[in-house]
Design a protein around this ligand. Structure first.
Ligand SMILES: *Cc1c(COP(=O)(O)O)cnc(C)c1O
Length: 370
């Protein structure tokens, strides 16, 4: 009999809690910038080990508003990774600044600190590292470079809720960090939502103003903001789910550990875990014969996805910014394959997936990386 293991399912496993949250908001009749958002912001800041969290409409807006609140915009370059959701670099453009791509470390797949160094110009204002797949970028080295050159750091932590880097929570290294609560993220809403996290009270205040049209008081606009608010229903749902997040994260880590055990000797490359604070938003393997691997799994009812098939500077929309080096990112984009991993996946399903990969016999000759 064929197994059928979709890449993921978004049907809530916590329907009772979600309904409780929605009912609470309906009964109160307060839908924007109310007590649910305030409570979630406090709880999320605490969970993230930061002093302040400001809820916004999306993770993309969280990056944009963090950059804008730091005064970064037209004329400024922001160094970032070519291997991420294109929204990371789109946010830099939305802030009015120019993305400059520095290649990834071929092993960790996060931005290579040496490549950052090489990409710095007199116009560089900030670095936007991405904690890819749930694993932190090399923040100690990135912060050292930033300090040496007087650059701001905004962390794209959209895939890294509760992750740590050498024991310290992601999002607390840079001036600010952006989180996404897009439904597929480790902490997901039932729609779009995001947050900026920071230890800087005045930066948090500026983001609060920017997300709400640039108003200080109602009807008093002191600067050009945007309309990007995290609504009460999503905030209430996120508060309920935040209490489950540590257990969900443990489950992701346990499943990832099992994948590693069961995939030992399989004809794919399993990237090493560079930091134990990895929260496994995605479990990614590599193969030079990825298309064959994905077809083999698909034929046996196992869903896979690619994160990401095209590096950002190779995207048509980013052609104008494509002059950076990205050989390691391009190679990763050609080889990475994300396997199913979510808190409701069972150990038995991981075993089936790993066994299906272990018994795969690639038809084409072996490449250099599995
Ligand atoms: C999801 C994601 C974003 C964008 O978040 P949205 O909430 O969809 O706007 C940005 N960067 C990374 C790394 C992401 O995974």
């Amino acid at each position: 009999m064929r197994p059928s293991i979709p890449f993921m399912s978004l049907v809530p496993s916590d329907e009772a809690a979600v309904r409780r949250a929605i009912d609470r908001v309906l009964a109160r009749g307060w839908f924007i910038l109310g007590p649910e958002l305030e409570a979630f912001e406090r709880a999320f800041a605490t969970a993230s080990g930061a002093a302040h969290a400001v809820g916004v409409g999306t993770g993309t807006d969280a990056i944009v508003l963090a950059l804008r609140a730091l005064g970064i915009g037209p004329g400024n370059e922001v160094i970032t990774t070519p291997l991420s959701a294109a929204f990371s670099a789109l946010a830099i453009v939305m802030a009015g600044a120019t993305p400059v791509f520095a290649d990834v470390d071929p092993d960790r797949l996060t931005i290579d600190p040496a490549a950052i160094d090489a990409a710095i110009t007199p116009r560089t204002a900030a670095i936007l590292p991405v904690h890819l797949y749930g694993q932190a970028a090399d923040m100690p080295r990135i912060m050292a470079i930033a300090a040496r050159h007087g650059l701001a750091v905004v962390e794209d932590a959209c895939q890294a809720h509760l992750a740590t880097c050498e024991g310290r929570p992601v999002g607390t290294f840079g001036a600010a960090a952006a989180f996404s609560f897009y439904p597929t993220k480790n902490l997901g809403a039932l729609g779009d939502a995001g947050a900026v996290v920071t230890n800087d009270a005045s930066l948090a205040e500026r983001v609060r103003r920017l997300r709400n049209g640039g108003q200080t008081n109602r009807y008093e606009h002191v600067e050009m903001g945007v309309n990007s608010r995290l609504d009460e229903i999503q905030a209430a749902i996120l508060s309920e789910r935040l209490t489950e997040l540590p257990a969900w994260t443990d489950e992701r880590r346990a499943l990832a550990r099992r994948y590693r055990e069961r995939l030992a000797g399989a004809p794919v490359v399993v990237p090493r875990e560079a930091d134990a604070g990895h929260v496994y938003h995605l479990f990614v393997v590599r193969s030079a014969r990825r298309a064959e691997l994905m077809a083999h799994l698909d034929a046996r009812g196992i869903g896979t996805l690619i994160h990401y098939p095209i590096s950002i500077p190779r995207q048509a929309a980013f052609q104008a910014f494509a002059d950076g080096e990205g050989a390691a990112a391009d190679r990763a984009a050609a080889e990475v394959c994300s396997l199913p991993l979510h808190p409701r996946l069972t150990k038995a399903e991981v075993d089936v997936i790993a066994e299906t990969i272990a018994t795969w016999r690639p038809a084409t000759p072996a490449g250099s990386s599995g």
